[in-house]
Design a binder for this molecule. Sequence first.
Ligand SMILES: [Zn+2]
Length: 220
Amino acid sequence: MLTDCYFVLGVSPDASLTQIKRAYKRALKKLDAAPPGSDAHSRFMQIKDAYETLSNSSRRLDHNRMLIDSGSESEMDDGLFDSAFELLSGFERYSPSHDEIRETIEQNFTQQHLPKSMAQRELTVEVMMTPEQAARGGSVPIDFPVADVCHSCNGTGVSGFYLCDDCGGQGIDWISKRIDVLIPAHANDGTNIPVSLKPFGVSNLFLNVLVRIAAMSEQA
Ligand SMILES: [Zn+2]
């Protein structure tokens, strides 16, 4: 059976790293105070494992995915929405602007080396869902642009003596990548899901998906 790390540490699915650290220390203290028993070691291992999982963003995402999988075995499809959201146009509220986001993503692919000092930008998008969707949890597909090597010029940007027509000499092609952001079951209004875009080659933009739950009266 899958162990719910949030349950082990007694934190909510949207707990911040600080909250997780605090809960970890609290759990260890409680363990110290408990009378020595045969299960103290296994309990310690469980707490340690839960902390290590939740304090690592990619392991945490995997864990969220496993929790959803284990909780929705009878569901044929864990998708919460029929179609994907476009990162650059599919969300209502934006800060930074569309152009800034596009530029930020582009820098990962058009600059040979990103300046080390460059701050990672954060982009928060809000996903509206019904109370039923939030209770069930599931995936929210989001499409965003990433670059691929231009196949016409193999990334050289030139074709013979001329600039490659297909990529305008940049050596890259823009393609759309889909990321399935997993919303844990029983998400609350305001639950924030941090999403790293690093696996897609975007290291300077960090995505926060904020769950918004529509009030009952607003539902069609
Ligand atoms: Zn090309």
